[in-house]
Each structure stands twice: as C-alpha cells, then as structure tokens.
Write a protein that binds this ligand. Structure first.
Ligand SMILES: [Zn+2]
Length: 397
C-alpha cells in the first residue's frame, strides 16, 4: 500500500521521507501536481516560479506527534490582466492557506474541546500525541457556528457567575431540548426582557424567585406563564428548614441550660484587634447557624453510637462521614466548632487601632469617627465604620 494513501494525504502529494525522532514523526511531503489555479483570476498555470517549505502539525499517528514538512510550488500567473504575479499552490481540503496545522488536526482539537474543556482538553490532547494550548482549544470552540435558534416555547432562565460573587450573566435554556440557547452578558431585567421580545412563542418561563427575571418576563413575554423552577424551590425550602431546625435546636438547648440574668453582659465574647471585622450579613449568619446545627446533630449521633459500643469505622459508614472526621470528633471530647474563615483584608484595617483607641476613650459616634479617619486618608464609606462599630457593641476588646 502506498504511504500517501495510508496517511490519507490529498491527491498529488507524495511522501519523500519519514524520520522517527524523539518528539515523534517528521514526514517530508512534496506536492507534485504540475498545474494550479490562480486564486485571483482562476487561470490555470504550469509555470513554476519556485518551491518553499511549510511546516504543519498533523493528526497524531499511533500516539506519536506528527510534523509535516510540505514542499509547495509557487506558480507564476500568466494572465496579463491579473494583479497577482506569483501564487502558492493551495490544498483546500487539507490545510488553510496560512495555517500551521492541518484541517484534520483542527477538527480533532475541536472534538476534544467539545468533549472536555480547555484545561482538560490540553491534557487529553497531550496524551494522544497532540500539542496544543488551552486557549487554542477554546478558540476552536468559539469559532464554531452558532446552532440555528429555533423558537423557544418553554424557557428556563437563571444567572451564572463569570467570576464568583462579582460578575454575573444570564443563561437561557430550552426546557424541551434541555439545551442552552443563549447567554446574556448580565442579569438585568431589561437585557432578558429584550431577548424574550424576540421569542413570540414563549408559553412558560421557569425562573428563580428573585424580582429581576420576574419583571423581565412581565415586560418581554407578558403572554407566558411564569413558574418557580424546581431547583430554587428545593434550595429555598432546604435553607428555610435548616434555619428553622437551627432555631429549634437553639431553643431546646437554651431550655436545658437557663441563663442567669445578666450573664450575657458578662459573657460577651472577647475579640482581638487582628480578629476585628464587621459582622456577617444576616443571611450568611443564618446559613452558618444552619450548618452548625447540622454538624452538631451529627456530632451527637457519633457520640451516641460510640456509647452504644459501635466502632469508629462503622459509625463513619452509618452516618456517611469520613473515618478521620469521626476519629477527630471523638478525640476532641467536646463539639469542635468549625474554624472561622480567614479575615479578608479591608481598607479599614490600617485605621482599626486608632478607632479602637477612640472607642476606649468613650467616642461612640460613628460619623465623627469616620470623619476623623477620613482626614487621615481612609477612603471607605461611613457605613463601613458603622459595621465595624457594630461588632464592638456586641463584644469586649
Ligand atoms: Zn491570476
């Protein structure tokens, strides 16, 4: 069998030499077609002007990287009216005019990208003998034509994060085909409403329970029925139940150990200047309490099972915890509180010692304190100062 057809090279190419190197195969190929069409005037020319070599990355061969050294002819265009005097031979089914990779290499990279992702695709490609970068894979996918947009009847809409906690976009899903139909650059009601205006067949919009998408649907698709999607109902229900259980548990514990009157005042937690931060928003605190309640309940189960004589590995298996967690909890002897998250740097930190000193001197006016540190170069808002003072009111320093 001829080498050129074994490597599925286009007609007119022949293999000159194959070298096996440390990095894979280097295959020298020559284009042997005696004539070529001018890309500008389409006149056939057989006047060879010169030869030159193109270096191309090709699809791998039994796990080896393949590099093609392709000798290409340059022809002279004999059409006196044509602006192009010299042109290089082209291989439209094999490689683009100025590309450094063959079309089949590109197709394989695209397939890998579609099946994986940029980072994972790069690793997989390397395993298969293809050298590429994360960005190349992503660029290939971005270059794919958009699928034709059929009209959507049942729409799912939600937000997603470009960068967690900072920048959000909107994702739109056709709930019949379960495919993403579009991504919007933000999650503002106007943007989504405008998109919905172009979808006259919208009958049902399944959304979260926030106000933005509700008003988008009212504005952009007033004919559609709006419903809360299952994910958000279950998520909100779970959070509500967790908070309720946490509250119940706190009440039960409080009932068991009644506080002495005035004890709260004396038992204010003590914070250091390093740990001083503004209190968490209410919803974060709620979630933290709910998580703590769940953790506490599991801790009690662990202790009870141990008292019944069960061994740690069996406890771990029964409660779906890791063996290490069970051992750590049992070794601790008391309920181990979760570690506090690392304090985030804030522009207030540099002024904290000064504010603390003034607080201890008896200054309780947040606005006055803000003005004082502003004069010293603090760029934050007065609200930032109020929030920090809120912590001081609840604690002893
Ligand atoms: Zn020409």
């Amino acid at each position: 069998m001829e080498g050129a057809s074994l490597l599925a090279l286009p007609e007119g190419m022949q293999i000159e030499q194959i070298q096996i190197t440390e990095n894979g195969l280097v295959i020298q190929i020559a284009a042997t077609t005696p004539t070529s069409c001018c890309p500008l005037c389409a006149e056939i020319s057989s006047s060879i002007h010169c030869h030159y070599q193109r270096t191309l990355r090709d699809a791998p061969c039994v796990g080896r990287r393949v590099q093609l050294l392709l000798i290409v002819c340059k022809f002279t265009c004999r059409n006196p009216y044509c602006e192009r005097k010299v042109f290089a031979e082209r291989f439209p089914t094999f490689v683009e005019p100025w590309a450094r990779t063959t079309l089949r290499f590109c197709q394989q990279i695209t397939s890998i990208g579609l099946a994986t992702c940029g980072k994972g695709g790069k690793k997989l490609a390397a395993r298969l003998g293809m050298q590429t970068s994360r960005n190349t894979i992503l660029r290939r996918i971005m270059e794919l034509p958009d699928p034709s947009l059929r009209s959507v009847v049942f729409l799912g809409i939600d937000d997603f994060a470009f960068r967690c906690g900072y920048r959000f976009g909107t994702i739109l899903v056709n709930l019949e085909s379960h495919r993403v139909v579009d991504l919007l650059p933000d999650r503002r009601a106007e943007t989504s409403a405008q998109w919905m205006c172009n979808q006259p067949d919208l009958a049902v919009i399944s959304r979260d329970r926030g106000g933005e998408y509700a008003s988008a649907a009212r504005e952009g698709a007033p004919q559609a029925v709006q419903c809360a999607d299952r994910f958000h109902i279950i998520k909100n229900l779970t959070e509500a139940v967790q908070v309720l259980l946490a509250r119940c548990q706190a009440e039960i514990l409080a009932e068991k150990k009644p506080d002495e009157p005035g004890q709260n005042e004396q038992n204010k937690p003590i914070i250091s200047i390093e740990e001083w931060r503004s209190p968490e928003p209410a919803y974060v605190e709620k979630v933290r309490l709910a998580r703590r309640a769940g953790r506490h309940a599991r801790y009690q189960q662990v202790v009870e099972l141990q008292q019944q004589g069960m061994k740690p590995p069996a406890i771990a298996q029964q409660l779906g915890l890791s063996g290490r967690t069970v051992q750590r909890w049992l070794a601790a002897g008391t309920f181990p509180e979760a570690k506090k998250r690392r304090k985030r740097q804030s522009s207030f930190d540099a002024f904290a010692p000064y504010v603390l000193k003034r607080w201890q001197q008896g200054e309780r006016n947040g606005l006055a304190l803000w003005r004082e540190i502003k004069a010293q170069g603090y760029t934050g808002t007065a609200n930032g100062v109020y929030r920090h003072l809120e912590t001081l009111k609840q604690t002893e320093v």
